[in-house]
Write a protein that binds this ligand. Structure first.
Ligand code: RP5
Length: 181
């Protein structure tokens, strides 16, 4: 993952977990989730939102997950985006271990199992499920997670609000009026 040249991101140093200039944390259960989550990171970078990203598994690295979730707010992470497939416990467990808003994303390959674990959270541990999505559908869940995180942050950030408005207007201009060439 480190070959990417993001301008506004860094990979998470799980050994240190020191204070970060990142305000969005993007975590995923496996390297195999990266193709689904890359568009999420691309949107954050395009809109110049500082973020950090890395791999944490609820099942394989549960201590790493716990340290990350419990330190997030002290490290000034304002929103967490968490992707997991299969028995997707990562987003829900992280949501139960921090007061930061957590947005869940499911990679398409395992949507049907992951969805249940994200939409049926018990009372007291809210998690926002953003959906899945394949490359054919522009990895909509992952990209919407980035846009939703930006909406949360833009509420109190006029510059980011303007950037988001411009992004939305540009998207509308790309939608043609006609089905024909
Ligand atoms: C989850 O299990 C990951 O989020 C991934 O979506 C799924 C499969 O992981 P791998 O077996 O490909 O590492 O933990």
């Amino acid at each position: 993952m480190h070959e990417l040249a993001y301008k506004h991101a860094h990979e998470i140093d799980f050994d240190r977990l020191s204070p970060t200039p990142g305000i969005v944390g993007v975590i995923m259960g496996s390297r195999s989730d990266w193709p689904y989550m890359r568009p999420c990171c691309d949107v954050l970078d395009q809109l110049a939102v500082p973020f950090e990203y890395g791999i944490v598994s609820a099942h394989r690295t549960h201590k790493r997950m716990e340290r990350y979730a419990e330190s997030a707010l002290h490290r000034e992470i304002d929103v967490i985006i968490a992707c997991a497939g299969g028995s997707a416990h990562l987003p829900g467990m992280v949501a139960s271990m921090t007061l930061a808003p957590v947005l869940g994303v499911a990679p398409k390959k395992s949507d049907e199992h992951a969805v249940g674990s994200m939409i049926a959270m018990p009372f007291g541990a809210p998690l926002a499920y953003m959906g899945g999505g394949s490359a054919e559908y522009k990895n909509a869940g992952a990209q919407n997670a980035a846009l939703f995180a930006i909406r949360i942050l833009a509420f109190r950030d006029g510059i980011l609000f303007k950037k988001l408005s411009e992004w939305v207007s540009a998207q509308a201009k790309d939608v043609p009026y006609t089905c024909h060439d």
